[in-house]
Design a protein around this ligand. Structure first.
Ligand SMILES: [Ca+2]
Ligand SMILES: [Ca+2]
Ligand SMILES: [Ca+2]
Ligand SMILES: [Ca+2]
Length: 377
């Protein structure tokens, strides 16, 4: 059963033409408000198109709320992929997994038998932890030795990790075990060669039970898995930070790590550069959040080159998670490249896409009412 819905306040120049039950064309319009005109289709439909500040916002909705969206091909380093997704894998509330494409102005969705990405499992991993994979001297990293010694519970439970484990290219597992003053307040360790020396670094949130969270970088050295660098802790117990991603965000040739400090009480987007095995403060800007308190979802932000200038940009929600902001530090100067008010609060993983295959990035994510949002410049 299909029905056309409209909203009396709709301001929308989109024209929809249904092709069949799960394929349709549309001409994309630009407006200043989120539109509410569109089609409910049996599988997926475009509910509205709108935008603000140079952003085109497309609301895509199926019969069932969307509960997860991911790049159809994912890398598993724990970091947002620099490869832009050209298809999305979408999971609906009734467990149906489908893929969404956008070709020549037309969305197409098709069902797939099961999710494509297979998650590596380590029996000693945190119960809700993720195993990530590296491309150089570290093959896998995961958090282990669950502990309840820090009763913060910011990530869905009060179980945090007491140790970090990695599988090296030599097949040996190395662990870094924290003493009782510390926990890893994280669900995964992110792997990247930050300084381009061919050896992987491991990025993880390490929390001091009295001084709060810090961003830590580990590496495999002669003495095993060791702490290479760390930001100062926030300074107070039960204060946390959540990573955004890594990239050369100012274009000076040195990689920065971006994270949001205190995302639940007025968050600060903070960038430290990794130079000579030191984390050196670079930039900060206020008014962001990339985590909803008490949830396991840590990927409410991502990195991508939004404006196509060759310098990576950052996409992350405002402090109330009702606005998506895309910001740049290119040339060492902060700029908000775009922003868009969302029809509901951001709740799901933010995926960088090139669904329209024009060579530059867009964003896809789900909001609280279970609709899929696609944002493009
Ligand atoms: Ca390195
Ligand atoms: Ca840089
Ligand atoms: Ca850019
Ligand atoms: Ca694109």
């Amino acid at each position: 059963m299909r029905r056309l819905v409209s909203h009396e306040n709709a301001r929308n120049s989109a024209i929809f033409r249904q092709m069949n039950s799960n394929s349709f064309t549309l001409s994309l319009g630009r407006g200043n408000t989120v539109g509410f005109i569109g089609l409910f289709l049996t599988l997926w439909g475009v509910l509205g198109i709108g935008g603000a500040h140079g952003v085109e916002l497309v609301v895509i909705r199926g019969d069932q709320p969307t509960v997860a969206v991911a790049a159809a091909q994912t890398q598993n380093s724990g970091l947002p992929s620099t490869v832009l997704a050209q298809e999305l894998e979408i999971t609906s509330a009734d467990g149906i997994v489908s893929r969404l494409r956008f070709d020549s102005g037309r969305f197409t969705s098709f069902q797939v038998p099961s999710p494509i990405a297979e998650q590596t499992v380590r029996p000693d991993s945190l119960p809700d932890g993720e195993v990530t994979g590296g491309a150089n001297n570290i093959f896998e990293a995961w958090l282990t030795q669950p502990t309840d010694r820090y009763g913060h519970g910011i990530l869905g439970d009060t179980i945090e990790a007491g140790a970090l484990a990695v599988l090296g290219e030599d097949g040996r597992i190395s662990q870094h075990v924290l003493d009782r003053q510390w926990v890893f307040e994280d669900r995964k360790a992110r792997i990247a060669d930050l300084d381009g020396d061919g050896l992987d670094e491991v990025i993880v949130v390490r929390t001091n039970v009295n001084l709060g969270a810090a961003l830590a970088v580990f590496g495999l050295g002669r003495n095993g898995l060791e702490l290479l660098a760390e930001t100062p802790p926030i300074g107070t117990a039960r204060r946390w930070l959540n990573p955004v991603g890594v990239g050369d965000f100012d274009g000076d040739g040195v990689t920065e790590i971006a994270f949001v400090t205190t995302p639940h009480i007025g968050g600060f987007l903070t960038l430290y550069e990794y130079r000579s095995s030191q984390l050196v403060f670079d930039y900060v800007d206020s008014g962001y959040s990339n985590h909803a308190i008490g949830t396991r979802e840590q990927d409410l932000s991502t990195v991508l080159d939004w404006n196509g200038d060759g310098v990576m940009d950052l996409a992350l929600p405002s402090a109330d998670r009702q606005t998506m902001r895309i910001v740049s530090f290119a040339g060492g100067t902060f700029a908000e490249l775009a922003s868009s008010i969302l029809p509901a609060r951001l709740v799901g993983t933010v995926t960088a896409t090139d669904l329209d295959r024009d060579g530059t990035g867009e964003l896809a994510f789900i909001v609280e009412d279970g609709t899929l949002i696609w944002l493009r410049p």
